[in-house]
Design a protein around this ligand. Structure first.
Ligand code: SF4
Length: 451
């Protein structure tokens, strides 16, 4: 009997990966994904807790689903509602108390228990809450199927959790301590994805470059050693990894950017701020000059590397002088793209208790200035690619007839008029136009990576 499953994913790539794995997990129970909650037998909200209002947004979404659930009940049909992800982990009991329409609340470390939770509800056990950090390894209990995988680019979680405890961040509390999956388990999943047509893998972790998974030799392998192993997989053309911490950019990882052709010249390396006083208050564990020196070493290894970053403005106690230090750092480093946010008070984090909160209008003013600068840098990077010929991995059809959309090695979307047979393949593209966040070009005649 086919049952309809709707999953709404909020937040980071790891939630995207988890949602795909939940769909794989529930497929053997007859659940088939649909694109809207209307008509669903099971709705899962896979939540993110990074921003203020994140939890409030979930409660209003639950309100909408409650009405849908009541409409279905009126026709004699049942609809289960499950909340997963970081809001579930942080506020599980509160959701159960505040939202009677919710049947299940499950944390990011326990979603492999979903089939058993559904069975308990169907046996009449009532609503279920699972937010422990289970002893068993979730990944050992996830199915090996890749039915949810769509297209030639996939995410693959290799590390979870974080031990850094930046004073603004909830991740160590919602995702737990750093955990690295064993090399053999990751390699097996990567091979299955390549068999399913994947040509590009993005290795995920909240602090991925702290990866230290056990290898078949019983040793703790670094991320660089794992990348070298995966790069040897026939048919896998490209590798990326995110998100990293400056303190864990080891020498062998920098060397990997120089030596491993399949490792794309793109690095997401958040610094958050340019003032040493703010970096210390954030507990980032490095100075702005440490970061400058690190970037210089990485660029020496891979001069054409596209750098991406994260920035927070208005961290408690941040002065105009501190903010100017952030602007100076951005001007010096130069980013191909970057994400920037106003500091957001997160319950339970040390910075939230600070009395030196920056006024909202001050935060907004600083964010506008920073985003103007970052937008100029992004534009300059896109324009620097004009006239160059780049290998593009085509991922899906574009909005226009006969158009395909792919990704450059620097992760920009590239729009090209090309035959659909090129989907899933890499072809050389001559870049002829730079738009705000993407590129456009024409096929440069030769095709690479013949199947
Ligand atoms: S390193 Fe990243 S995930 Fe870890 S606590 Fe800091 S901001 Fe959060």
């Amino acid at each position: 009997m086919t049952r309809k499953l709707f999953i709404k994913t909020y937040g980071c790539q790891m939630n995207v990966y988890d949602s795909a794995r939940m769909a794989d997990l529930l497929a053997p129970m007859g659940y088939a994904p649909i694109d809207e909650p209307e008509g669903a037998d099971l709705v899962i909200l896979n939540t993110c807790h990074i921003r203020e209002k994140a939890a409030e947004k979930i409660y209003s979404e639950i309100g909408r689903l409650r009405r849908l659930k009541e409409e279905r009940a009126a026709t004699g049909a049942k609809m289960l509602i499950a909340i997963s992800g970081c809001v579930a982990q942080a506020e599980g009991e509160e959701i159960i108390r505040r939202a009677p329409a919710v049947d299940m609340v499950v944390g990011p470390q326990a979603y492999h228990r979903l089939p058993e939770m559904i069975a308990r509800i169907e046996r009449g056990a009532g609503r279920v809450l699972e937010t422990d950090f289970p002893p068993e390894d979730k990944f050992d209990r996830l199915p090996t199927g890749t039915s949810s995988q769509k297209g030639p680019a996939a995410f693959l979680t290799v590390q979870e959790g974080c031990d850094k405890f930046c004073t603004f961040c909830v991740v160590p509390y919602t995702r737990g301590a750093e955990f690295s999956r064993p090399v053999a388990q990751i390699e097996a999943e990567a091979r299955r994805l390549v068999e399913a047509g994947v040509r590009e893998l993005s290795l995920l972790g909240q602090n991925v470059n702290a990866y230290h998974g056990e290898g078949e030799d019983g040793e703790a392998w670094s991320l660089a050693r794992l990348i070298r192993r995966l790069a040897a997989i026939e048919g896998l053309e490209r590798l990326r990894y995110m998100t990293s911490h400056p303190r864990d950019m080891a020498d062998d990882l920098i060397a990997a950017h120089r030596d491993i052709e399949k490792l794309m010249p793109y690095l997401h390396l958040p610094v958050q701020a340019g003032s040493n006083r703010v970096l210390a208050a954030m507990n980032r564990g490095h100075t702005a000059d440490d970061y400058r020196r690190l970037i210089a070493r990485i660029r020496e290894a891979r001069p054409d590397l596209a750098l991406s970053g994260d920035f927070i403005v208005g961290f408690p106690g941040e002065t105009d002088k501190d903010f100017e230090a952030t602007l100076r750092l951005v001007e010096e480093i130069g980013y191909a793209q970057a994400y920037s946010f106003k500091y957001s008070r997160r319950p339970g984090t040390p910075a939230a208790a600070s009395a030196a909160q920056v006024p909202e209008e001050e935060k907004s003013a600083r964010l506008t200035v920073l985003q103007d600068l970052l937008a100029r840098q992004q534009r300059a990077f896109l324009e620097s690619l004009l006239g160059r010929t780049l290998p593009v991995l085509f991922e899906h059809a574009g909005r226009h007839e006969g158009q395909l959309v792919g990704r450059s090695p620097y992760l920009q979307p590239v729009h090209v008029s090309a035959p659909s047979a090129l989907c899933g393949r890499i072809a050389q593209v001559r870049i002829e136009r730079a738009d705000t966040n993407s590129l456009a070009g024409t096929l440069a005649g030769e095709r690479v990576a013949a199947e």
